[in-house]
Write a protein of this length. Structure first.
Length: 142
């Protein structure tokens, strides 16, 4: 093998190795990005933070719950009307369209007594001044 042939062969081998390494790095970075976004999705906080009274909530209040749209909210109201209310929060699983998985997702936000919708967390803190009476606003300005 001549010296020129050896140099050409080595250059070709190095170029191929470099391309393979670059491809592997790109695949690795892609996998890291996918893993990072999957982790972020799992850690997202729900948009709603509070409780909804199943026995008094309106359609709009029920729709504040994660995964509850107009049809499920109407089904909850129909069940409540037909049965005279919910005796326990687990009765929600008897409503058509709400199975065990959906119930588990909703459970932290459900109540059977108290106001129809009680917000907690940062959203509630921002809304609290609007819901105070005259005395509450005067006291908060002092």
């Amino acid at each position: 093998m001549t010296e020129t042939t050896m140099v050409t062969t080595m250059a070709t081998t190095m170029a191929t190795t470099t391309k393979r390494a670059a491809s592997l790095v790109a695949v690795f970075l892609g996998l890291l990005l996918m893993a990072g976004s999957a982790g972020a999705e799992g850690s997202k906080q729900p948009a709603f933070s509070g409780t909804v009274n199943l026995n008094t909530a309106s359609v709009d209040e029920l729709m504040e719950l994660p995964g509850v749209g107009p049809s499920k909210a109407e089904a909850i109201l129909a069940f409540r009307k037909a049965r005279g209310g919910f005796k326990k929060v687990e009765d929600l699983m008897k409503v058509k369209g709400i199975g065990r998985k959906t119930f588990q997702k909703l459970r932290p936000f459900l109540a059977l007594s108290g106001p129809g919708l009680t917000k907690r967390g940062p959203e509630a803190a921002l809304e609290a001044p609007r819901s105070q009476g005259k005395k509450g606003r005067e006291a908060s300005q002092d």
